[in-house]
Ligand binder design. Sequence first.
Ligand code: NI
Length: 256
Amino acid sequence: MQRAFFMNYFQIDDLKKKIVCAVLIFVGALLLGIGVAIVVERAQTERGITEQTSSQQDASNGQPSKIQQDEQVKKVALTFDDGPNPDYTGVLLDGLKERGVKVTFFVLGSEVELYPELVRRASEEGHLIGVHAYRHVNLRQLSDAQAIEQVDRTNGAIYRATGQYASYIRPPYGCWKEDLDYEVQMVEVLWDIDPRDWATTSSNLVVQRVLNEVEENSIILLHDASKSSVQAAFTIIDTLQNQGYTFVTVEELLLE
Ligand code: NI
């Protein structure tokens, strides 16, 4: 009775049709699913290839890598001795800031104590502070103890002004007692080009002397002690920047 009812209700042909229909829907859904999966997979692969290609282009055809840039940069270092100077160091710092240039100051301890704010400003603006001496004396003519005192007093003044001790020394006249290197734990830095800026009021003369001699990695000696020296420094910077030079501190030059 139940079976008869079942057969009657669905009709055998009808049931077959329904089964075929269900199978077709199932297979269709399966094929659709596979199709969607393939399309998504292909899209992801293509995007991956595109990203890979564009990053390769960045590396090869676009901007040069950091290492390539470093190799291309011609570095040069300006150094200023005998400061800080109340009349000229501030003007110099203004011009350096305008030009985005970092330099090195080898300062006298006695002047640091008089004008600590200039040394603090120089340090805060990214310039390197080194020791010249406490007073402008020839350290070789002093006893070891006196020479060390000249360095230590200067370094103390630098520390009080900037919160940091100096690591580099350029002794007055380039005269240092090398056997004290270990004692004072400092690196001596001399120079490659001395245009004798202190002996002239002509900034053009100073500029010409420097430009005649300058080459990659030159350390240039100047003094932030006169208007002509500061003007010469600005002209040297503007000229050499146009020639592709970058101005760095002596530390950056020596750490190469
Ligand atoms: Ni000097």
